[in-house]
Design a protein around this ligand. Sequence first.
Ligand SMILES: Cc1ncc(COP(=O)(O)O)c(C=O)c1O
Ligand SMILES: N[C@@H](CCOP(=O)(O)O)C(=O)O
Length: 462
Amino acid sequence: MKYISTRGKAPELTFEDTMLTGLARDGGLYVPSEIPTLSQADIAAMEGQSYEEIAFRVMRPFVGDTFSDAEFRGCIDRAYAGFGHTARAPLVQLDQGHFLLELFHGPTLAFKDFAMQLIGQLFQTALTRRGERVTIVGATSGDTGSAAIEAFRGLDNVDVFVLYPHGRISEVQRRQMTTPTESNVHALAVDGDFDDCQARLKDMFNDFEFRDAVKLAGVNSINWGRVLAQVVYYFSSAVSVGAPHRKVSFTVPTGNFGDIFAGYIAKRMGLPIDRLVVATNQNDILDRCLKGQGYHKGDTVPSISPSMDIQVSSNFERALFDAYGRDSTAVAQLMDELKDGGFDVSQGAMETLQEHYDSGRASEAETEATIATTLKNTTELLCPHSAVGVKVAGDHRITGTPMITLATAHPAKFPDAVKKASGIHPPLPPRMEDLYERAERVTRVANDLAALKDHIKGHIAQ
Ligand SMILES: Cc1ncc(COP(=O)(O)O)c(C=O)c1O
Ligand SMILES: N[C@@H](CCOP(=O)(O)O)C(=O)O
């Protein structure tokens, strides 16, 4: 299995090198040169299998000979052993034909743990074998950062720096990143928004001198391994509601487009997915684009679902690559236009996108109302991101096709917004009860590439 860049000018890589490389050297994102498929019989055989077994069967074809079967199975087993639910990703029925996929039973209470816990194991195995160390830098709107710190803290061969937008994440999210005591993890509060953090991260990858000097690696969803691990729960959940014998639709609270793109990969692999519904908050650039209005950046408006306060949706580049018939020149041109504010999508590419994706948005008031009504009707307490999904799913139901909405975070990560909407203050799990008493360690930094690079160079272990 080979991986190619969406911009066509970076070397083809193996799975291992793709995973350790992060952003392609031409600024693009790596994707598999072809998508392996599973037969209907392969998918039907997943019924009743453990999450770990389904994970092995879904991901194995993408990994090539990077890991032996035994190594790969070991990584998967260790990755999910610490989850707080034996099903790992349990399905809860909300009403007739509408299901919630709870993806928040991992160590940091968000769906990011599914990929990050696995990536942590895969990095460790590959780096130990190669005798190498890397510097991981991540950009986060709240959840990727804590998941990355949890997955890599205390490891000998990795330093982790996480850039988050100062004052724009919840207190629980911040404390999850600033309270770990291991010296190889560093939280950096950037004066800017998430798009600034992500842009500076990409600047670092595009600065080859810096990139090579610190052996930069990325664990944002620019890393193909992140997307791949998220494909698994589309299979596990769809099979539970009748796939491959019936079609299933998914609604996905969306920001950086990694999670919904994983759903698209599942569909390309043969999972009978009818609609993939992109659900955005008031930062609705993706909804507007998928409705044919072009991709044009505006200002990010802080919301009660802060993890989705994003204008430059990184993985949309992967969706565009396929929609433009894998024309890397066209994609590179669009990404150049994006630097100047945005681009229009060609009619052909738009039709291809709309074949797979629907979209909708939820206002702040609709998000709050959905938290309240869902609690009243079902006893499920949603986080604001999951509530965006549930609201939008409600607008896209088709009789006879089950709809699965992804619940991407635990409500306790956003207690203020949840309390305001529901009257309930969701408690943290017992292992995190003292989060508010733990000492914080964080460095405030300007939104300035040189300052960030200096800080990182000065704090990596030699
Ligand atoms: C809780 C939560 N929900 C939804 C999203 C959006 O996911 P994606 O960026 O993969 O579209 C994020 C951020 O990634 C998140 O942290
Ligand atoms: N919402 C994310 C933003 C980064 O997304 P990623 O999937 O590219 O890591 C976050 O919580 O940090």
